[in-house]
Design a binder for this molecule. Structure first.
Ligand code: 6GU
Length: 246
């Protein structure tokens, strides 16, 4: 997958992709990340990227021309036409695991990061094909959001993680949180690992993990249960135990 990022502070995007899993994916040639400075696509002496809002109001607004020209230049250079162009904005659809999976299916993505108070509406209307927010809070700019989105998407691309198995048990994959995990020592400060995990009974262990994932979700994030992938038996189990699960 190739990812082009258009932003005002490309240096913010260097270090996160030079470590750990994403760095290895880049080294293997599975992921390619390229950051472009919107300011390089201005034509005036002062390299102006923003201006006062029409109609008045607080703060500055990013001008449309450098953003359109940056995206168009890179599209032309790469000779591509139908790349998703995602605007990172607190007004976008709320990012989640399902959206990450959807984005991971593409071979090329373009991300536009806003900054300051806002972006000229014509970028929303006539350039972006999608708008994503990473949560209901306001960041100073979209660069951090881009890092979050790229990290969540890249780890889903085949070959990026060592074992694809670990993806199937991730939190949020079937709408549930992950079950509790343990490693050595078997007893730590008197706290023992659940004995079922040492039993060697794979079927019983799988059932325990599933029940624990449901239990954890009911206790911590009841809001997720509605949309989770549960069978009738599991729904009945939650209903029957709902008083004990609080
Ligand atoms: Cl994508 N950008 C900004 N500036 N703030 C945000 C956001 C994005 N998502 C949540 N807050």
């Amino acid at each position: 997958m190739r990812i082009d990022i258009f932003c005002l502070f490309p240096e913010m995007l260097v270090s996160p992709f030079e470590q750990s899993v994403i760095k290895r994916a880049k080294d293997k040639g599975i992921v390619e990340v390229s950051a472009h400075n919107i300011r390089d696509y201005t034509h005036d002496k002062h390299h102006t990227v923003d201006d006062y809002p029409y109609g008045g109001g607080a703060g500055m607004v990013l001008k449309p021309e450098p953003i359109f020209e940056a995206v168009e230049a890179v599209k032309q250079q790469l000779n591509v036409n139908n790349v998703p162009i995602i605007l990172l904005t607190p007004a976008g659809r709320l990012f989640n695991q399902q959206i990450a999976q959807e984005l991971a299916r593409h071979s090329h993505l373009m991300l536009i990061c806003g900054h300051y108070e806002g972006i000229d509406e014509r970028v929303h209307e006539h350039l972006a094909t999608d708008e994503i927010s990473i949560g209901d809070y306001v960041l100073t700019g979209g660069e951090l959001a881009a890092i979050v989105v790229i990290d969540a998407v890249a780890r889903l691309i085949p070959g990026v993680l060592g074992s694809e198995m670990s993806l199937t048990s991730d939190s949020h994959v079937d709408g549930l949180l992950e079950y509790p995990q343990y490693t050595k020592p078997q007893a730590y400060r008197g706290w023992a690992v659940p004995s079922i995990l040492l039993s060697g009974n794979h079927h019983e262990i799988a059932c325990w993990k599933r029940r624990q994932a449901i239990l954890s979700t009911v206790k911590r994030r009841r809001d997720l249960i509605e949309k989770a992938n549960l069978n009738q038996e599991e729904k009945k189990w939650i209903f029957e135990n709902s008083l004990n699960l609080k």
